[in-house]
Design a protein around this ligand. Structure first.
Ligand code: PLP
Length: 499
């Protein structure tokens, strides 16, 4: 199976090349030339398979030239009980009244990014070998929090790779910072940047595209690579859990084979929900994809109007991983809905870059409205939802998932659609313990405790164990102390690599 660029001005490539390159040379995103169908009787047999077997079945047709043994080895290295705290990897929990929670946060960093970033490094190493590229991969990441830690855990001690993560020294939560500066592994480097996320991100982009830097790297046997969510290697693993959740729902009698479900997805860069759209294309019975946004509601407006307009204020919210105004992966949806009209996609992306806004024709907007439904929830609503869901069901939500639960309640009330619905839970509530504790025990009570005491309090309230990797953070030695100015980022990369 070949991959083509959404902008239509780059040659088709193999899966391995798409994963190695990350982004196409014409600035577009790689998409498979076709989507393999999974027939209903086969989906009906999924409940008898493990998560690992389901994963192998879904991803194999997308990875031509990868042998079954190679794919099994990658999956085995990614999804196992040393890495994931739950044997089902992505378990489904019933909330009652026909709604379900799909927990995607049992991986090493307690957020859904692990579902992709545990597998992707293994796919990248194999892809490099298959494309005849012997260089060692240097993964450069700028992070606002979750991605950096998930990428560090995914790449740690993976042979043939080194990972360098830049984070804004004053721009991440205390828990997130501790998670990163205590990172273990013999190929991991974490550097604070004096500045905000944009400083870190623009610094990384400059290093990536600096010809002199690239030449020096090449001479030393290295090559830059990226682990961000436009890489096909990060999207592909996410299709799996949509099928897996449907299988688990079949197993508990929540649906009969072939009956449709809705998925509700807390959305930022449009990667997670796009995987759901692809699952639907492949034959999974999905009625609606409910797109839940926070105050940065650019996608809600797009779903309702067909106008994407990023010219609006940026809000810092308690669901920071959804604080995003340019949702890169939407480009892939537009490509699919226009019947692969690369010229149209190129135009819209050009308008977005130059004017900050574009509008799709009514025929496309109507398709978007048929498949998607969207609303957004502010911080106060998310906190109230955490409190109310805990009171009613004894189930604790993190702020991102709370946005989804709040939006789903509005979907239900507005449309009166009683189709069984699966809400994707993207982070452990323990990871966002301060805001979650405020919702559960009150702001004043929460203010009296430090981060680690709050973990114990939440554990007492829920009867859930404190995630091991968060509890032990208090005693872990700091291994990464570098903090640099924005202008020194290039120098520090050269120093780390010894070039
Ligand atoms: C990244 C992230 C999201 C948003 O996912 P996208 O694929 O960017 O839409 C939502 N919740 C959490 C906790 C995340 O880390």
């Amino acid at each position: 199976m070949y991959y083509e660029s959404t902008r239509g001005e780059a040659p088709r490539v193999t899966a391995a090349a798409a994963i190695v390159q990350g982004i196409a040379p014409d600035g577009g995103l790689y998409v498979p030339a076709e989507f393999p169908a999974v027939a209903l009787p086969e989906i009906a047999a999924f409940p008898g398979l493990s998560y690992q077997e389901r994963a192998a079945r879904i991803i194999t047709p997308f990875l031509e030239n990868f042998t079954p043994a190679e794919i099994r080895a990658c999956i085995g290295a990614a999804y196992n009980t040393r890495k994931f705290a739950h044997p089902a990897i992505a378990p489904l929990k019933s909330l009652g009244d026909g709604s379900y929670i799909l927990e995607l946060w049992h991986g090493p960093t307690y957020a859904f990014k692990d579902m992709a970033l545990q597998l992707m490094p293994h796919l990248l190493v194999l892809s490099r070998r298959k494309t005849g590229n012997a260089a060692e991969s240097v993964i450069l990441v700028a992070t606002s929090g979750d991605t950096g830690k998930a990428a560090l855990e995914g790449f740690r001690d993976v042979p043939g790779t080194r990972i360098i993560v830049f984070f804004p020294a004053e721009g991440v939560s205390e828990m997130q910072k501790r998670q990163m500066v205590t990172q273990e592994g013999n190929n991991t480097y974490v550097v604070g940047v004096a500045g905000n996320f944009d400083d870190a991100q623009s610094g990384v982009k400059e290093i990536f595209t600096d010809p002199e830097m690239r030449a020096r790297l090449k001479a030393a046997g290295f090559e830059f690579s990226s682990a961000n969510s436009i890489n096909w290697g990060r999207l592909l693993p996410q299709i799996v859990y949509y099928f897996s959740a449907y299988a688990d729902l079949l197993a508990i009698g929540g649906v009969k084979s072939g009956e449709p479900v809705n998925f509700v997805v807390p959305t930022g860069n449009f990667g997670n929900i796009l995987a759901g759209f692809y699952a639907r294309l492949m034959g999974l019975p999905v009625k609606r994809l409910v797109l839940a946004a926070n105050a940065n509601n650019v996608l809600t407006d797009f779903v309702r109007t067909g106008i994407y307009d990023r010219r609006r204020p940026f809000y810092k919210t308690i669901s920071p991983s959804m604080d995003i105004l340019i949702s890169s992966n939407l480009e892939r949806l537009l490509y699919a809905l226009t019947g692969r009209d690369a010229a149209a996609v190129r135009n819209w992306m050009g308008e977005l870059k130059e004017r900050g806004v574009y509008r799709v024709p009514e025929a496309v907007a109507a398709q978007v409205r048929e498949i998607f439904w969207s609303d957004w929830a502010d911080d106060a609503t998310a906190l109230a939802t955490i409190k109310e869901t805990f009171r009613r069901y004894g189930y604790l939500l993190d702020p991102h998932t709370a946005v989804a639960v709040a939006v789903y309640a509005r979907y239900r009330a507005t449309t009166e659609d009683g189709t069984p619905s699966i809400i994707l839970s993207t982070a452990s509530p323990f990871k966002f313990n301060r805001d979650v504790a405020c919702a559960v025990i009150g702001e004043e009570a929460a203010a009296r405790h430090d981060e680690f005491a709050l973990l114990e309090i939440l554990a007492r309230e829920t009867g859930w164990p404190v995630p091991e990797g968060l509890r032990t953070l208090a005693g872990k030695p700091v291994r990464h102390r570098r903090v640099v100015q924005r202008e020194e980022m290039k120098k520090v990369v050269a120093e780390i690599l010894g070039i």
